[in-house]
Each structure stands twice: as structure tokens, then as C-alpha cells.
Design a protein around this ligand. Structure first.
Ligand SMILES: Cc1cc2nc3c(=O)[nH]c(=O)nc-3n(C[C@H](O)[C@H](O)[C@H](O)COP(=O)(O)OP(=O)(O)OC[C@H]3O[C@@H](n4cnc5c(N)ncnc54)[C@H](O)[C@@H]3O)c2cc1C
Length: 633
């Protein structure tokens, strides 16, 4: 290592490298090269003799490489990667031939983030909450372990923040982390107020510990079915709102944009077909993207629709290479990929390989309680080493009564397959679990597209960095859901009512109808899941990513030429688009960091903890059937 030290700052799109203490003249060059490893091209502008301030001129180059954005910067900056979205709208519509509905605030998604936003809107504002399935179907409802907050008198905000930042591997925004952890007790208190029944011990909230946390700070309900209980209470509170209409089984196809602003959405349901919903403000809370992968803990609704619609509408996306793989997903042929909560390891379960060897000591000091990325990675390596398709969770050394009482839900699922969790090893392997990347939001939940707010898993807020700390995402949904609701409400209140539609038309000359006769959507979906799991999963490398990119681009080209008639086709189109974003970002990050592990670049590059931002390439379409629209955002 050279005998110098330095730092790099970003001013707009220029890297400002400050280097000092180098004894040899060429150390300045080496310093710039060192800081520049993750930049594409640079030009030294000057080199004073014993300390240097060197300006690197960072330019985009045609191979899709990037000049990354600093982890905690909110300065507007050109996106690092421009990706053609192939469509602006997935369907055609004409304002003269479609139903119109007007509202003050449109909330897309009825998980924890969407409903928390709904509960923040004053009665004077009308709101529509759209959910593609029933209100009760969301990732939120499947949450098991719990919700994190410094609730114990021996715990504190600093410690919760430090654990979050340590897990995030240099990519967290410290100001956002502090804001979220400080709000945690109040947000959890509100859940109690709305009727959530958390588990208690001697009248106090029972708190468990999960991987990466240095304290017991995870509140849980129904023991290991926390999401179900929180969502029961939130849905009941939301249903009591007099200003809200709930549109279930209604699918958002695309956001409407006009003159650079989000104006609402085009939605579809089986009864009414397509409708244009015009809203003064729109809140996106559509959750995750796990269904893109063959192995996932996510329910069927998690098809990355929100990521795709925001991208097509022109919002900036960030950190798309970071998909968190949960280390322990039940691996039994024929079973759905059921999550075995981190809390199981928190209560003392061991991870063993097929030979019964407790292997975590070979990989991490924190053993089974290391952060998720490290445990997932260790499991993947041990599976490779032992050539066995899974590892095992062992609870047999723990008190049987405690195991039964603490994990009734997991016990029930395993019993269906003849496993007694107090005795039998539980076969597990990692699965796609949480999408860290999403549309960039600031501390108020504002996206880069005016009129569009966002909260929850569909966003990149800066809280999770390169690896989400367990049980921080329900909390994020509450904190940002409330803020998005508050801010959208303030903006909507200051706007006057206008009950006229803007002249926005989606049309293109020739259409291939998307019907099952011509295209086997199930086959394509399975193939996409398998490709993403194989080449863009826990371990990635350049040849694998490039081959996945080619394959996904190929599928996208012919799927994009079609106008589908229902959600099965739109979901596939959304998943293909978001897969392209994940692959492009993963190819651009030539290092391993957090959940993004590149076997061809196994270490983190110092000072490369920077966001990769993506936006849609303006006016780019790669096939002649792509829609021509009246107005672009
Ligand atoms: C098995 C499992 C266990 C988990 N355990 C925990 C835990 O213990 N603690 C924790 O903090 N986190 C946990 N998580 C993560 C956490 O549950 C999610 O990150 C969080 O709930 C996301 O909330 P959300 O409101 O952003 O999205 P969701 O809860 O997923 O809600 C998304 C909403 O958007 C709607 N939607 C999506 N697409 C469309 C569309 N095209 N049109 C209309 N509506 C649409 C859906 O219908 C749904 O209502 C877990 C996740 C899973 C899958």
C-alpha cells in the first residue's frame, strides 16, 4: 500500500480526490488510480508536490460502466446507467374510450407501507388504496421474526444505528438510519394503539435477538407470525377510515405522467377493465421482487410491478444489484419455500452440513448470528463443498417446550412434512427474500418524479445499505409510509380540484395480442426464475451475468412486442424489465459488497461504497411495435 492517505468526494459528476502525505512524486498518480478503480475514465488535472487535490473527470463509456453516486449524497446527478425500457406503457388507452376516476391521493399497495400512509391522510382528502390481490395479501402479512426498535432500557438508538450501518457495509445513509431508529419506538407504539397484540413477558414486550443485532430488540406477535397480526390491526384501522376506498384485485399497469409530473395511474380489474385514476398525489408502496427468482420466500404478489412502473415513468432507481437472500428457507421437494425465521438462530439453533458438522465457525466469528449476507454466502459455500443441495437447522439441543411455544407456526409447517423441529434437523437453503434496490427516495419519501411518493420495499431510502439488517423493513415501511402520507397530504391539500383529464394517449400502430396460444407464459416465467437464480443469485460473475443479460434481453424483445390483456402478461413484462436492471447494476459493480457477491471480484473495493443509479433511456425502443405515446414524462 502506498504511503499516503486521502479521500474522495463527489461534486456533481466530478470526483474530487484529496491526497496528502505521499513522499514520492508518482504516489499521486497511484492514489488517483486507487480511488479510480471503480470509476471508468479519469484525467489528472494537476499534481502539487507534497499534497494534491486532483480532479478526476468521470465520463460514462459505451460499455455500460458507470460513475457511481456517493452513498449518502442527495445531490441531483445524472444516472449512472441508462437502460431502454422498451415501452412507456404496457397497454394502449385513449382518454375518450376509457373510464376516468378522480381522487386526491392514490395509494398503490396495501402492505405495511401503503396502509400506514393511508392512516396519515386527513379526512378532508379522498383516497383510493389499490391492491392487486386482497388487502391481506402482502409481504408484510408474511413477516415472521418481528419489528426492530430500541425498546429495552439497556438498549439505545446508537446501538441500533451502529448495527444497521455495520450490516449495510458502507452503503447506509447515516442520517436516514438515525431518523428511522429514533422513530422506531413511536411507530411501534402506534401499532399498539391500533390494536396490534405483541407477545409479552411479565407484562413487558417480549424482545428477541436476530442476526446482526447486538441486543434483544425485535418485538414479535403470535410468536413467529408478526406480520399477520400487525396487518390484521392495520387493515382494521384502515377499513374504519371514512375517506378511503379500497380497490382490491385491482392491478396498476402504469403510472400516468404529464409535463414531468405523476398524475395517477392506469389500473385494471376484471369487472371494469382499464380505468384512468387521476390523483393530485400518488404513493407507490408495491413491495418486493422475490418472484423474479426460482427460490424465494416471497408470496405470489411480489413481482416487481412497482419497480417497473416507476422506472417506465422516469423515476430514478438505485441499488438494484442488492437482492437479499435469506439464509434459511425450508427446502423440501413439493413444499412452498417457507421461511425459517432468523429468530430460530436468535434463540440458539445451529447450522450443520449434511455430515452434521457445525460449519459457521469456519466462516464468521458471529457464527449463526452473523449478518444475513455472510450466513447465506457461508451456506452456499458449504453446500458446494459438501455437494449437497441444502444444510440443516438443528434445534435439538434447545429446551423442547421453549421451541414449541416460541415457533408454533414453523413447527406446524414442518409437521406437515413429518418433521418434529424439537428433534429433526430442518433442511434449509438460501432464497431471494428482500429487494434492497428500488426507486430513490429522500427522507420525506419523495421520489425523483414530482407527484410520486414511495415507501417500503419498492424504495431505496438509504436505510439498508448493501445488506438489510433483520426486522428493519417493517420499521422502514412504517416510518416512510407515515412520511409519504404526511407529505402527499400536504401537497394535495394545497392543490385545487380539477376534474379534467390531460391529453395523454398510449397508442402504437400494430399489435401482437398476448395470448396463451402463442406464448407459454408459465414456461417463460419459470425459465426467467431459473436463469436469475443460476446466474444472478448469491454468487455472480461476469460471464454468468453477461450470459443472463443476453438471455433476458432476448426474451424481452419478443415479450415486449405484445399487448397483454391481464396481469399474468404484465407481471412477466415487469419481471423481465426489472431483471434487466438487476443484471445491469450487478455487472457494473466490480466488487463484492453486502448481498452482492462477485466470485470474480471477491473483495470490496475501498471507497467504492457508492450507489449505482439507473434511469430509462429517453425515447429508446428496441422494436418497431413499441408504443408511441402522446406525451413523454
Ligand atoms: C416470509 C417473509 C418474512 C419476513 N419477515 C420479516 C420480519 O420478520 N421483519 C421485517 O422487518 N421484515 C420481514 N420481511 C420483509 C417485510 O415483510 C417486507 O419488506 C415489508 O413487509 C414490505 O412492505 P411493503 O408495504 O413495502 O410491501 P408489501 O407488504 O409487499 O405490500 C405490497 C402491496 O402492493 C400491492 N401490489 C403490488 N403490485 C401491485 C400492482 N401491480 N397493482 C396493485 N397492487 C400491487 C400488493 O397487492 C400489496 O398490497 C419478511 C418478508 C417475507 C416474504
Amino acid at each position: 500500500m502506498a504511503n499516503w492517505c486521502g479521500s474522495m468526494d463527489w461534486v456533481k459528476d466530478r470526483a474530487l480526490v484529496t491526497v496528502s502525505g505521499f513522499p514520492r512524486p508518482d504516489d499521486a498518480d497511484r492514489a488517483v488510480a486507487y480511488y479510480d478503480e471503480d470509476c471508468v475514465t479519469s484525467r489528472r488535472a494537476g499534481r502539487p508536490p507534497d499534497s494534491a487535490q486532483v480532479e478526476c473527470c468521470v465520463e460514462s463509456v459505451p460499455d455500460g460502466s458507470f460513475s457511481p453516486t456517493p452513498a449518502s449524497s442527495h445531490e441531483p446527478k445524472l444516472p449512472d446507467l441508462l437502460i431502454p425500457s422498451l415501452h412507456r406503457f404496457l397497454v394502449r388507452f385513449h382518454p375518450k374510450r376509457i373510464a376516468h376516476v378522480f381522487t386526491d391521493v392514490l395509494i398503490i399497495g396495501s402492505g405495511i407501507a401503503g396502509l400506514r400512509a393511508a392512516l396519515e391522510l386527513p379526512e378532508s382528502l379522498h383516497q383510493i388504496v389499490v391492491s392487486k390481490d386482497q388487502l391481506s395479501q402482502s409481504n408484510s402479512a408474511y413477516a415472521q421474526g418481528g419489528i426492530a426498535g430500541a425498546l429495552d432500557p439497556v438498549d439505545d438508538f446508537t446501538s441500533h444505528a451502529a448495527d444497521t450501518i455495520a450490516a449495510g457495509k458502507g452503503m447506509c445513509d447515516p442520517a436516514i438510519v438515525e431518523m428511522v431508529v429514533r422513530e422506531a419506538p413511536e411507530r411501534i407504539g402506534e401499532l399498539l394503539h391500533w390494536g396490534t397484540v405483541f407477545d409479552t413477558v411479565n407484562g413487558e414486550l417480549a424482545l428477541t435477538r436476530e442476526g446482526g443485532h447486538t441486543h434483544r430488540r425485535v418485538a414479535h406477535a403470535l410468536q413467529d407470525a408478526t406480520g399477520q397480526e400487525i396487518m390484521r390491526a392495520l387493515i382494521a384501522a384502515a377499513r374504519a377510515l371514512r375517506n378511503a376506498a379500497f380497490w382490491e384485485q385491482t392491478f396498476i399497469i402504469d403510472l400516468l405522467t404529464f409535463e414531468g409530473r405523476c398524475r395517477g395511474a392506469v389500473v385494471w380489474n376484471r369487472e371494469h377493465g382499464k380505468t384512468l385514476v387521476w390523483a393530485k398525489e400518488t404513493i407507490l408502496a408495491t413491495g418486493g421482487a422475490g418472484q423474479i427468482y426460482r427460490e424465494t420466500t416471497n408470496p405470489a404478489i411480489a413481482t416487481a410491478d412497482g419497480h417497473a412502473v416507476a422506472f417506465r415513468a422516469g423515476a430514478e432507481m438505485r441499488d438494484m444489484e442488492f437482492m437479499q437472500f435469506h439464509p434459511t428457507v425450508l427446502y423440501i421437494a413439493g413444499s412452498s419455500r417457507h421461511l425459517i425465521s432468523e429468530a430460530v438462530r436468535g434463540e440458539g439453533a445451529y447450522l450443520r452440513d449434511c455430515a452434521g458438522y457445525r460449519f459457521m465457525g469456519d466462516y464468521c466469528e458471529q457464527l449463526e448470528l452473523a449478518p444475513r449476507d455472510e450466513v447465506s454466502h457461508a451456506i452456499a459455500l458449504q453446500m458446494e463443498k459438501t455437494r449437497h443441495p441444502c444444510v440443516y437447522l438443528d434445534l435439538s439441543h434447545l429446551p423442547q417446550q421453549m421451541v414449541r411455544e416460541r415457533f408454533p407456526h414453523i413447527g406446524r409447517v414442518c409437521r406437515e412434512f413429518g418433521l418434529d423441529i424439537t428433534r429433526d434437523p430442518i433442511p434449509v437453503r438460501p432464497g431471494a427474500h428482500y429487494m434492497i434496490g428500488g426507486c430513490t427516495v429522500d427522507a420525506e419519501g419523495q421520489t425523483t418524479l414530482p407527484g410520486l411518493w414511495a415507501a417500503g420495499e419498492v424504495t431505496s431510502s438509504g436505510l439498508h445499505g448493501a445488506n438489510r439488517l433483520a426486522s428493519n423493513s417493517l420499521l422502514e415501511g412504517l416510518v416512510f409510509g407515515r412520511r409519504a402520507g404526511l407529505n402527499a397530504a400536504a401537497a394535495a391539500q394545497s392543490a385545487t380540484d380539477s376534474f379534467s383529464a390531460v391529453p395523454l394517449i398510449s397508442d402504437w400502430p400494430q399489435v401482437d395480442d398476448g395470448t396463451d396460444d402463442e406464448l407459454n407464459l408459465t414456461d417463460l416465467r419459470n425459465s426467467l426464475g431459473a436463469e436469475m437464480w443460476r446466474s444472478v443469485g448469491i454468487q455472480r460473475n461476469q460471464p454468468g451475468l453477461e450470459s443472463a443479460q443476453k438471455q433476458v434481453e432476448f426474451w424481452s424483445r419478443y415479450v415486449a412486442t405484445r399487448e397483454f390483456l391481464d396481469p399474468r402478461g404484465w407481471e412477466l413484462q415487469n419481471m423481465l424489465l426489472v431483471s434487466r436492471l438487476i443484471i445491469a447494476a450487478a455487472l457494473s459493480r466490480n466488487e463484492s459488497r453486502g448481498t452482492h457477491f462477485r466470485s470474480d471480484h471477491p473483495s470490496a473495493i475501498p471507497n467504492a461504497a457508492r450507489h449505482i443509479t439507473l434511469a430509462t433511456a429517453p425515447e429508446q425502443t428496441s422494436n418497431s411495435h413499441a408504443p408511441q405515446i402522446g406525451k413523454q414524462p
